[in-house]
Ligand binder design. Structure first.
Ligand code: FAD
Ligand code: UDP
Length: 377
């Protein structure tokens, strides 16, 4: 090294694996507190699965499937608002069932359209109650639906979709999976009811560029390639936890997707941001980005999601035996005081973006308070 190049490189305080929400929020927080941080990302871009980009037609798309931001956390929303402006957006979904496109989550209009009825909200409550099958203990994704609205609606809206999405029957999945989609007796046809529902006005990638401003990021780099040559005091890992430990207890199950992106020479392809196909086709849903991003363009781009077992890990699979296997990896992770595991795949939790941001903010606070208590010299 020439003298001009200065002294041998100081070790990084934190080497962060992954530039998704978990890694980028931690990088921003630690860097703001004065730590030396390096982010290493295997892909050719930042943003993790929330990355967005313009396709060949010039339409802003989400290559890894539609990402709609929603949260009840004022803290998470205020934090992200430092890095993006927002465009208010409330997501709406229709399900293609019995030849009709009806609101999903199931609501008053869904039931009236499907059965040719004219029920009021009050009558719909009675309708659901008369069909609900009591379950002693709600444990599975079947229980949660059947115990509220009965088997016919369960079959029409949940069973087929869940089979496709997970390759499992709802009775084999934790209640938390289908509990993500509520049932309503009102006419509210929004997919989410969170306090804050908005899209980053200039896209997610811009939000990530703002989060990572001034922070070195090595793209196209698997951390294993550089680990031996980049001196660091602590590692933050946001990839799949089982891969970190070379699958020593066997692979944790993940669900993957194949995305089929298409551009159509029309201004609008479908009536809502997403249309679900619970019972037909190999894909689960079709999303049209212009609804979601608000972009104006003469053409439109959509994505079809085809669930599959193999491929990039996108979803942890919430069921008891997987939680059990994860607990073994978690115990191993706890022994590694030189590494912090954070994010959807590193903690094997079916987290939305806002939950990952909250988890990363909490983790940053914990790491920083540890530094205060025992500063690294
Ligand atoms: P990731 O975004 O997966 O980031 C981890 C990063 O680590 C990746 O970029 C990966 O390349 C990198 N990495 C892994 N291993 C290595 C390695 N060995 N070396 C270097 N880098 C590595 N959430 C919502 O709130 N709303 C939605 O509408 C929504 N829709 C979704 C739709 C789909 C199809 C999917 C799959 C997820 C959706 N989510 C949604 C969830 C959201 O994507 C996640 O909560 C969030 O992106 C997780 O962030 P993360 O940082 O934990 O992980
Ligand atoms: N689900 C369903 N039918 C639908 C929509 C959802 O059965 O029309 C079930 C399915 O098991 C799905 C889960 O509810 O995986 C959660 O749906 P969500 O839309 O939250 O999934 P994500 O956006 O995370 O893929």
């Amino acid at each position: 090294m020439s003298p001009e190049a200065g002294p041998a490189a100081e070790p990084y305080d934190y080497l962060i694996v992954g530039a998704g929400f978990a890694g980028s929020v931690l990088a921003e927080q630690l860097r703001s507190a004065g730590c030396r941080v390096l982010v290493v990302e295997r892909r050719a871009h930042v943003g993790g699965n929330a990355y967005d980009t313009y396709d060949d037609a010039g339409v802003l798309i989400h290559p890894y499937g539609p990402h709609i931001f929603h949260t009840n956390s004022a803290d998470v929303f205020a934090y992200l608002s430092r890095f993006t402006e927002w465009r208010p957006y409330e997501h709406r979904v229709r399900a293609s069932v019995d030849g009709q496109l009806v609101p999903m989550p199931i609501n008053l209009d869904t039931v009236n359209a499907l059965y040719g009825l004219n029920l009021t909200s009050f009558e719909l409550e009675e309708f659901f109650a008369s069909r609900a099958e009591p379950v002693e203990q709600v444990r599975t994704s079947e229980d949660v639906v059947v115990s509220k609205i009965g088997r016919d609606l369960y079959r029409k809206f949940f069973q087929g979709y869940t089979h496709k999405q997970w390759g499992l029957d709802p009775s084999e999945l934790d209640a938390s999976v289908t509990a993500r989609v509520p049932t309503r007796t009102t006419r509210d046809d929004r997919y989410f009811t969170d306090t804050y529902q908005a899209m980053p006005r200039h896209g997610y990638t811009r939000l990530f560029q703002n989060l990572l401003r001034g922070i070195p990021v090595l793209l196209n780099t698997d951390y294993r390639e550089v680990l031996p040559v980049i001196a660091h005091r602590h590692l933050i890992y946001t990839g799949p936890v089982d891969a970190f430990f070379d699958h020593c207890y066997g692979p944790l199950p993940y669900r993957s997707l194949r995305f089929q992106h298409e551009t159509h020479p029309v201004a609008q392809f479908q009536p809502t941001g997403t249309v679900n196909y619970p019972n037909d086709y190999a894909y689960t849903r079709v999303s049209e980005f212009k609804h979601i991003t608000g972009q104006e363009h003469a053409q439109t781009s959509v994505v079809y999601e085809f669930p599959q077992a193999q491929g990039d890990p996108y979803y942890p699979v919430p069921r008891p035996e997987n939680a059990e296997l994860y607990r073994r990896y978690e115990a191993l992770a706890r022994t590694r005081t030189d590494v912090t595991f954070v994010g959807r795949l590193a903690t094997y939790r079916y987290y939305n973006m806002d939950q990952v941001v909250a988890q990363a903010l909490t983790t940053a606070r914990r790491l920083l308070s540890r530094e205060e208590a025992a500063p690294v010299t």
